[in-house]
Design a protein around this ligand. Structure first.
Ligand code: SAH
Ligand code: F3S
Length: 439
């Protein structure tokens, strides 16, 4: 048996890909996963290039692994994910001790690539886009816990001016609906209660059905809700652009779909949205939210924001703050704009200085945090359905779980509740968690 160590950076899609890599390699019965890099025979780095100095971070990490390889020359180093797809052969040029470069769509080829290297030491690279092929090699059925993510589509055709995803993940492609449903059914049989449908733009899902028709996202959501054992459905990420009425209707008739939606708006200024090439206005976004509220009055919305996009003025930024207050977002992932090589926005002058960007980010996060807290306070004394995940890490006398709106709740309960949905009354509200009691 040989030991494999995998380091994963980036989004949930990368996490999902890494779990697929684990499945592919373990299936060969030749490899075991280890949590210690020093023990590994094969080191795999699954990279992310969405922000910051992604390339530099990769080469720093590889530098550390070079030291391990110096001690143990037979170690194989493989680099995959978005930086690998973007940099390709450049990786070997800067780090000639790397053996394999694989892309976001070629992970299923890793076991064969490793075999080849073991027979003959030479660089191997495959960053092609054989779309969906990786899904044919294994359904992801092994999980721990009671929630699981399932990829339903990959890639993006939207080409927002700041974003590298269309270049690193390829064009939108949906998995056939039966494959997705089969994977979820097996997960449900193995005890999974909550499913998170994954994709760069899940609402653009158009999967082939067994009889050659197209299954849209709204239909897929209803089909997943029919699967016995699945009691809660989430999805990430969706885009305001194709958030059509048929999807909003699902909120009316499918209670398993959570009353919590992550719908990234990025900015509250129409001028900036246009420069970002987001293809919607704040007014259109607001209309979607109004419709959602009439379908699901208690829905909570979270978003992604970018501050300091080229030419963003104080006035544009203020519009974002006003919009955050108007929509009353519950949470956000907010980022400082980072120029990405090869994107159209990288040709615009990155003219806001870092100090100002940081100031805007701080103001924005402060505003959202206040709203998060006020949403949490509204939950005081309410009854919540909580999926109990296990024993609290802070206090072994307590259990913890998650509410529909993604809050961690701790409470005193008994072990047989783990893995079940339990109704709890919220009795204390803290910044990062809630305390509750059984009713
Ligand atoms: N499909 C999603 C976005 C996926 S990328 C959507 O439609 O919004 C995840 C988040 O990373 C984006 O929402 C954006 O806020 C952030 N991001 C992407 N590129 C960025 C960049 N160049 N600089 C800063 N943040 C960026
Ligand atoms: Fe990126 Fe825009 Fe697609 S943010 S993932 S190009 S929707």
């Amino acid at each position: 048996m040989k030991y494999i160590y995998i380091k994963t950076w980036g989004c949930q899609m990368n996490e999902y890909d890494s779990s697929m890599i684990t499945t592919f390699l373990e299936k060969t019965k030749k490899y075991l996963i280890t949590k210690e890099a020093e023990k590994a025979d094969i080191l795999i780095l699954n990279t992310c290039s969405i922000r910051e100095k992604a390339q530099e971070k990769v080469f720093h990490q590889l530098g550390r692994w070079k030291k391990l390889k110096n001690k143990k020359p037979d170690v194989i180093i493989a680099v995959g994910g978005c930086v690998a797809t973007q940099e390709g052969k450049e990786i070997f040029k800067r780090a000639n001790y790397v053996d394999i470069v694989f892309g976001t769509q070629t992970l299923h080829k890793l076991p064969k690539m490793i075999d080849k290297i073991e027979k003959k030491r030479q660089f191997i690279i495959d960053i092609s886009f054989p779309q969906l092929e990786k899904f044919n090699y294994s359904l992801k059925t092994k999980t721990t816990g009671y929630t699981a993510s399932v990829s339903i589509m990959e890639g993006c055709n939207k080409y927002c001016s700041f974003c590298v995803v269309p270049y690193t993940r390829g064009h939108e492609i949906s998995r056939p609906s039966d494959d997705v449903l089969l994977e979820i059914s097996i997960l449900a049989e193995n005890g999974i209660k909550e499913i998170n449908l994954l994709g760069q733009n899940v609402n653009a899902y158009r999967g082939r059905t067994f009889n050659g028709k197209i299954c849209f996202f709204s239909e897929l959501l209803r089909l997943v809700s029919e699967i016995d054992g699945i009691e809660r459905i989430r999805f990430t990420t969706s885009n305001p652009l194709e958030f059509s009425d048929d999807i909003i209707e699902v909120y009316q008739d499918t209670p398993k779909l959570v009353s919590f939606l992550h719908l990234p708006v990025q900015s509250g200024s129409n001028r900036i949205l246009q420069l970002m090439k987001r293809s919607y206005t704040t007014e259109e976004y607001e209309t979607i939210i109004e419709k959602l509220i009439s379908a699901r009055p208690n829905i909570q919305i979270s978003s992604d924001f970018i501050v300091g996009f080229p030419s963003e003025s104080e006035e544009d930024f203020q519009k974002t703050i006003n919009f955050i207050k108007k929509i009353n977002f519950d949470m956000s992932f907010s980022f400082i704009y980072s120029s990405r090589p090869g994107t159209p926005a990288s040709e615009m002058k990155d003219n806001i200085d870092l100090k100002e960007k940081k100031k805007r980010l701080y103001t924005l996060q402060n505003c959202i945090n206040k709203q998060t807290m006020s949403w949490s306070r509204k939950m005081l004394k309410s009854i919540q359905s909580v999926l109990v995940e296990g024993i609290s890490k802070k206090n072994i006398m307590e259990l913890y779980g998650r509410t529909e709106n993604n809050r961690i709740v701790t409470f005193k309960g008994s072990h047989h509740m783990i893995g079940k949905f339990i109704k709890l009354k919220i009795k204390e509200v803290h910044t990062h968690s809630l305390k509750a009691e059984l009713i």
